[in-house]
Design a protein around this ligand. Structure first.
Ligand code: SAH
Length: 283
């Protein structure tokens, strides 16, 4: 294992004074940063980062000023406006600004709003996508977000809207019918209500669900449960946000793909959790 990484030879873009780069930091593990993110961290004068960005990632920008813009979901949008305008001020002051957000900046991250404000103020921007928790976080739990035998679509939903309530605009019945796999961001607060709506819409109370907290970090925890028992099980396990909740049969794949457990020397729990009874190579 090496302590340093040199960026591969490539013509990397330059973060110029007066620019803002909106960048995803991935779900936690610094290894899930993109090379563009690493290149940005190296050049920034100031890094404005969110609560979900792991602190050790900031160590990649020792030359920069680190500004915490922590904000949890459901807070008034005035704060969001302050952050966007702060980015405008820094850019106008001629700084090389890196706005670092957890996961992907355009997935439930308000990156679209910040980028729009910047453009409206004439600030040049670059967007650097990141690995979203709803994909990478599940992968670290051994759950493939799509699997040929399970789903041909996946729906990403947020568990609360701007006012902090379960999103009223979501048509839970349609989501329930149309999407075999549902990945819920920010779902912990209203999980009882969400699970209830899904069951009401026809999903089975025995449907498998996984809750992955602080995914991809050393503190990652995974709870395997069902729609009918999730609320109690989360409470019993003492799980806290941030959490990604995955509803659907793909959760069962963890029984064979829990690669962290396999790496620890444990055998797979079930080689054929979907009961297809065929070796993968013949498929
Ligand atoms: N832009 C981010 C999502 C921001 S919304 C992304 O693309 O991942 C914040 C929500 O993301 C959290 O409430 C949680 O549901 C999820 N999340 C982000 N990082 C996570 C992590 N490491 N583990 C589990 N959930 C995470």
């Amino acid at each position: 294992m090496s302590d340093t990484i040199t960026l591969p030879t490539h013509t990397w873009p330059e973060l110029k004074p007066g620019w803002v780069w909106l960048c995803g930091a991935g779900p936690g593990d610094p290894g899930l940063l993109t090379l563009h993110a690493a290149n940005a961290l190296r050049q920034a004068d100031v890094v404005i980062y969110d609560a979900l960005v792991q602190e050790d990632i900031l160590g990649w920008a020792p030359q920069a000023e680190h500004v915490y813009a922590g904000k949890r979901g459901g807070k008034p949008s005035a704060k969001q406006r302050d952050i966007s305008l702060h980015l405008v001020d820094l850019a106008r002051a001629g700084k090389k600004v890196l706005r670092l957000k957890g996961g992907d900046p355009f997935v439930f991250g308000r990156g679209g709003e910040e980028a729009q404000t910047l453009v409206q103020h004439g600030i040049p921007i670059r967007i650097i996508p990141g690995i979203s928790a709803g994909i990478g976080g599940l992968a670290y739990a051994g759950i493939p977000v799509t699997h040929r035998d399970v789903n041909q679509s996946v729906t990403f939903v947020t568990g609360h809207d701007q006012s902090g309530n379960t999103p009223g605009s979501l048509d839970w019945a349609s989501i329930s019918k149309g999407s075999q796999v549902i990945v819920i961001y920010m779902g912990m607060k209203h999980i009882a209500q969400i699970a209830g709506k899904l069951i009401e819409a026809g999903r089975s109370p025995t449907e498998p669900v996984a809750v992955v907290t602080t995914a991809t970090t050393n503190d990652q925890k995974v709870l395997e449960t069902t729609l009918g028992t999730i609320t109690q099980d989360i409470e019993d396990a003492g799980l806290e946000p941030p959490a990604i909740i995955c509803v659907g049969q793909s959760v069962l794949m963890r029984q064979v793909l829990d690669w962290q457990d396999l790496a620890a020397g444990n055998p797979p729990r079930n080689l054929d959790p979907l009961g297809r009874g065929r070796p993968a190579e013949t498929a």
